[in-house]
Design a binder for this molecule. Structure first.
Ligand SMILES: Cc1cc2nc3c(=O)[nH]c(=O)nc-3n(C[C@H](O)[C@H](O)[C@H](O)COP(=O)(O)OP(=O)(O)OC[C@H]3O[C@@H](n4cnc5c(N)ncnc54)[C@H](O)[C@@H]3O)c2cc1C
Length: 237
């Protein structure tokens, strides 16, 4: 849902001087019947810079288009999208059967790294925030729930520190979940903690060094220790 809101906001506000989109196929429908086609003849005539074409209207293409339109107001930014909707993997659809109506996520169900999304708004609007555009991101506690065949479920994804009024409720829910993990598997909660520690080390090192490409040497020791431990676990099996 939040992904949707962001995509719609990026799309409808079209930041700065804007960018245009069109479906790439079939080409004959791009001009008049395509609801995502926001190109007008004035859009083209008012631009004296280069034409930049972005292929794919997923969240990545949308963010790039918004940033380019903001940075190069005289350029004509065009986006081509093969589907009849933008958003790429972000989105959902519903199916109805005799057992009820079910919503399926096409891809992401968790919004990770909210700051990356906030940065797009700040960059493109020269200082305004995502909240200024009505996009308020709130942490879900717990982040998600695993439901088993028999209806039993485990809540997962509690913040490391809780300082709000929900502290007690949140701690109680987490404690119940940990008890269930232990009931399902010996030392289940401890194993969960170890798994989170490993994946946190991977993220803490992977994000700056490999995704943001900002060298962060202090994050390497924990990453290496966890990697070696993982490797050792595989070797001893
Ligand atoms: C099952 C699943 C679960 C995920 N869960 C999460 C999650 O919980 N949290 C999270 O942050 N991320 C999650 N992700 C990752 C996230 O979905 C992707 O990182 C993100 O959607 C990628 O965005 P994108 O714009 O790079 O690519 P896409 O979303 O794939 O967008 C690409 C777009 O390009 C279009 N396109 C492709 N080829 C052409 C062409 N030749 N001409 C025109 N258009 C074209 C496609 O139609 C599509 O609209 C998940 C992914 C999957 C598959």
């Amino acid at each position: 849902m939040l992904f949707h809101t962001l995509l719609l906001l990026i799309w409808t506000t079209r930041f700065a001087s804007g960018f245009s989109s069109t479906k790439s196929a079939p080409p004959t429908t791009a001009a008049s019947s395509d609801t995502t086609d926001t190109t007008t003849s004035n859009d083209h005539h008012n631009k004296h810079g280069k034409t930049i074409v972005i292929v794919g209207g997923g969240v990545g293409g949308l963010a790039v288009a918004a940033r380019l339109a903001s940075k190069f107001p005289s350029h004509n930014i065009q986006m081509v999208e093969k589907n009849d909707r933008i958003g790429g993997r972000c989105g959902s659809f519903t199916t109805t059967s005799t057992e009820g109506t079910f919503r399926h996520e096409r891809g992401p169900s968790l919004l990770l790294l909210p700051q990356v999304y906030r940065d797009v708004f700040t960059y493109c609007s020269h200082g305004k925030t995502a909240e200024d555009y009505g996009l308020v991101m709130e942490q879900c506690i717990p982040a998600y729930q695993v439901v088993f065949d028999d209806g039993d479920c485990i809540d997962l994804g509690f913040p490391k520190t809780t300082t709000t009024a929900t502290t007690t409720t949140s701690q109680e829910a987490e404690s119940r979940s940990r008890d269930k993990m232990n009931a399902y598997e010996e030392h289940g909660a401890e194993k969960w903690d170890a798994y989170l520690k490993t994946t946190s080390a991977y993220l803490d090192c992977g994000l700056p060094n490999f995704i943001e490409e900002k060298l962060d040497l202090p994050s390497f020791p924990a990453f290496l220790i966890e990697s070696l431990q993982d490797f050792a676990k595989v070797c001893t099996k």
